[in-house]
Design a protein around this ligand. Structure first.
Ligand code: C2O
Length: 581
């Protein structure tokens, strides 16, 4: 198993087996950034979106999928309510989610009312983020120095490492939303950037400024963050540079035994220990998160979330699966998951930013490299998505307001990723046919309609009616799930599966996962959330053509409940839209 252990520090800036990007996404750097920003006042003051434009066109970057020519924004109507940036003077200590008490951890970056509307500067040189398992010693030295300097900035400098960690805490535990045009806000509406369509954009902007601050501190504007390549077997251990006890990249609060190399990451949190089984599980999970499990853009990005909405409408596939698992797998289970396994402390581990650089890479790969016949329209053109805003401090300590619409194309923001092969891209599980046991269970198990709502504290098997007999384009919806947000929760979903408590996810019967980290919700601890899991490809893999119902098995992985499922049903997949020419 030598290949799963440490990896030599070599720089490999391109990899021949990385799929060739589509023409629209090749690196074409022009000296001038062609950002067109038709909605923001060009002055450097806080600006409100203009409301009177119809079918606005918006351009980002230099000719990517999201270029001005092909992104049509749904016009704003009177009910438009994009999520607004937080009230920074209304957060304080992090809260213990189990008892509502303050924890002695600051959860708020410094406050100021000098806010500047941010414009992405012209890209003169593309930063290439490298795989953390393939960087040179010089790179590690430089990165270490940058983080060290960040940790030693004055405590109240917003660029200080711990202040950066507070930003993450504020956006998931401590801050409140500000109404548009308000300078102070009601403290009832918690701001939560997880478990919705804000997940990818928020974390992209967060890393963008973190990377620029590090570059500034070492006087290297080309400095690019490393990504933890956990989707490739060669990257499925904690990158060695984060394990040196004397390094600024080291963190005490991690799981002591389970996640130390040569332990292989467990993207399924099954507790499986066999490294070969873990690798095949992981690749199947990646294939599922990225390709097989989503029938539309919201399946990947997460569900719609607007100002005034209750938090946690529903996480996208990567967020609720591989992303959450890495957090929990790294954190210390003895200490409430701290640091990585609980949102209020996650930003305090330097490994967090390396993890999220890969999460960000998944977004880019999904946009540009996943065959478009799977999800024909990968864009969200809704006004409330594009105009949602966040506040960050930039590398010059300036508090800036950024909008989702300006972060949809990583090339336009000036960075790309080292090309690494994607072994999960073709990792479709082998076909499987349901045996006699399933046929029988299918006739004797209870119908979904008769047993929900149901508290999921043991393995449950239930029959769900398809919308029509035969092969169909369908989605399994788990709705009105009441989840306890103070806990780690995880359950897996299988269809027509022979096994009862499988640690093997590398099979056609595995449909998907719901997993969440402890995080804050409204005043009470539960939220209602839902997820959609695409069935179409599973039908193909499992020869379900003649059936009019399926047997769904729900396997909880964490101890002791925390989830009540309101209902399970099958709906037709949303009709495939033609991608814009
Ligand atoms: Cu904001 Cu992975 O967490």
């Amino acid at each position: 198993m030598a290949t799963l252990n440490y990896f030599p520090c070599t720089t490999t800036l391109s990899h021949p087996t990385f799929p060739k990007p589509p023409a629209s996404h090749r690196l074409q750097i022009t000296s001038q950034n062609k950002n067109v920003d038709m909605e923001t006042n060009s002055s450097n003051n806080i600006s409100q979106p203009k409301v009177d434009r119809r079918n606005m066109l918006l351009g980002l970057g230099s000719g990517g999928l999201y270029s001005a020519a092909n992104l049509v924004i749904t016009p704003r109507d009177s009910s438009a309510t994009p999520v607004q940036a937080p009230v920074l003077d209304r957060c304080g200590k992090a809260k213990d989610l189990n008892n509502g008490k303050d924890i002695d951890i600051n959860c708020c970056p410094p406050n100021t009312d000098q806010i500047v509307e941010y414009r992405v500067p012209p890209v003169s040189q593309m930063k290439i983020r490298p795989s953390a398992h393939r960087v040179s010693d010089e790179y590690i030295f430089k990165y270490n120095m940058a983080i060290d300097r960040m940790k030693h900035l004055p405590k109240d400098d917003p660029r200080n490492f711990w202040q950066q960690a507070n930003v993450h805490c504020a956006y998931c535990n401590g801050a409140y939303k500000l109404q548009e045009g308000q300078v102070d806000g009601p403290d009832t509406e918690v701001l939560q950037v997880h478990n919705s369509w804000l997940f990818f954009p928020f974390h992209r902007w967060y890393l963008y400024f973190y990377e620029r601050i590090l570059g500034k501190l070492i006087n290297d504007p080309t400095f690019a963050l490393p990504f933890w390549n956990w989707d490739n077997p060669k990257g499925m251990t904690i990158p060695p540079m984060f394990l040196e006890k004397k390094s600024a990249l080291y963190n005490e609060k991690r799981s002591k035994n389970d996640s130390m190399p040569p332990a292989v990451v467990d993207l399924g949190l099954t507790g499986e220990k066999n490294p070969l089984q873990l690798v095949t599980n992981n690749l199947t999970i990646m294939y599922n998160d990225m390709i097989r499990g989503n029938s539309d853009v919201y399946g990947f990005m997460g569900k719609e979330y607007r100002q005034g909405d209750a938090p946690d409408p529903g996480p996208g596939s990567v967020e609720r699966s591989s992303h959450t698992s890495i957090h929990w797998w790294v954190g210390d289970p003895e200490k409430n998951g701290e640091d990585m396994g609980n949102f209020y402390t996650a930003g305090r581990d330097p490994l967090f930013y390396c993890h999220h650089a890969n999460v960000d890479r998944m977004w880019t790969l999904w946009q540009y490299f996943i065959p478009s016949n799977k999800v024909p329209d990968k864009r969200i053109t809704n006004f409330d998505f594009l105009n949602a805003s966040f506040l960050f401090y930039d590398e010059n300590k300036q508090l800036v307001r950024v909008r989702v619409r300006d972060c949809l194309d990583n090339l336009g923001m000036g960075y790309d990723f080292q090309r690494i092969d994607l072994p999960w891209l073709d990792y479709r599980p082998p076909s499987q046919t349901a045996g006699a046991r399933i046929r029988r269970a299918n006739t004797i198990s209870k119908l979904a309609a008769t047993i929900f709502p149901l508290k999921l504290d043991q393995i449950v098997r239930v029959v769900v009616q398809k919308t029509k007999k035969g092969k169909a384009d369908e989605v399994l919806v788990l709705e009105d799930m009441e989840v306890d947000t103070s806990k780690l929760l995880k359950f897996d979903v299988f269809v027509n599966d022979e096994d009862d408590n499988s640690f093997e996810l590398d099979k056609a019967a595995y449909l998907g996962t719901y997993a969440q980290l402890p995080h804050k919700s409204e005043t009470n601890k539960t939220v209602k959330t839902s997820i959609n899991l695409k069935l179409t490809d599973l039908y193909d893999d499992m020869d379900i053509a003649d059936d009019d119902r399926i047997l769904v098995t729900l396997v909880p992985r964490n101890q002791g409940g925390g989830v009540t499922i309101g209902n399970i049903k099958i709906i037709e997949a949303p009709p495939a839209k033609k991608p814009a020419a």
